[in-house]
Design a protein around this ligand. Sequence first.
Ligand code: C5P
Length: 300
Amino acid sequence: MRRGTTLPKTDPIREFAPAKVNLCLHVTGQRADGYHLLDSLVVFAGIGDWLEARVAATPLLSLAGPFGPALPQGEDNLVLRAARVVMPDLPLAFRLEKHLPPASGIGGGSSDAAAAIRATLRLAGTRPDAAEIARLAAGLGADVPVCLNPGPARMRGIGEIVEPLAGFPSGGILLVNPGVEVPTPAVFRALAQRDNPAMPDVLPSWPNIAALAAWARGQRNDLEPPAREIAPAIGTVLAVLARLPGALMARMSGSGATCFALFADETAAAAALPLVAKANPAWWAKAGPILSAQGKAQAP
Ligand code: C5P
């Protein structure tokens, strides 16, 4: 996409890149190119990275935050790649404050890339062509399209078919990662069965988070069994989460290793944090709200 006649804004801007959580993730088939067909209920948490962007003489990325040093800083970083594909003529300097553990099933890299797309479009001052942006996002990674407008969504295809879900209940969420990186391709390769049942065609409407959790408990993450084989620590985390007072359901997100538990609200989720730290003080654990409405890419 080329820049129009509008002059780019010069003040730095900030975008929140929230964690993506797959409340369920059904693998329903495999395409000829090897990618898997999915049917997933996705939500976002008020826990995430921050991306600051400004117009610069040359493209630049600096990294900060607890997981900043773990990331590649060069041209192949998803933030710079995302900015380049969307607006090749507009050099931007980014500062990524990385709070989410990388390669951990909560879409950190994808959410950062989506935040970079939003920031680039804001700075360029252009009105985006939504279909073109979605196509460019899908080219960056299967989870990037759903991260463009963080909010409850049903995600199908290999990730490119995104259906926003309105009227979603509010609630709290706890994310726990045991500190093991699980490579996504390895988890998909280890799947025993690739043509599993999808979610029902029409999803129920959930009056509250307890009803949603009760329904989601009857669904699956088909990547959980192979990921647990590769990283047995996932099973340990899930056993701890399932026993937490107030936990409505517990499951692994994406291809792991981050697991989540749902709670009535953020306060109930935060109250469980000391128990998680007691189980294993080395685990990464954060509590926050579910972002229950679309288009609010802001930290609460
Ligand atoms: O697109 P993304 O970079 O997130 O995917 C990482 C890897 O996960 C892919 O290279 C592919 O091996 C696997 N994958 C898949 N089917 C999907 C999404 C990802 O097989 N729908």
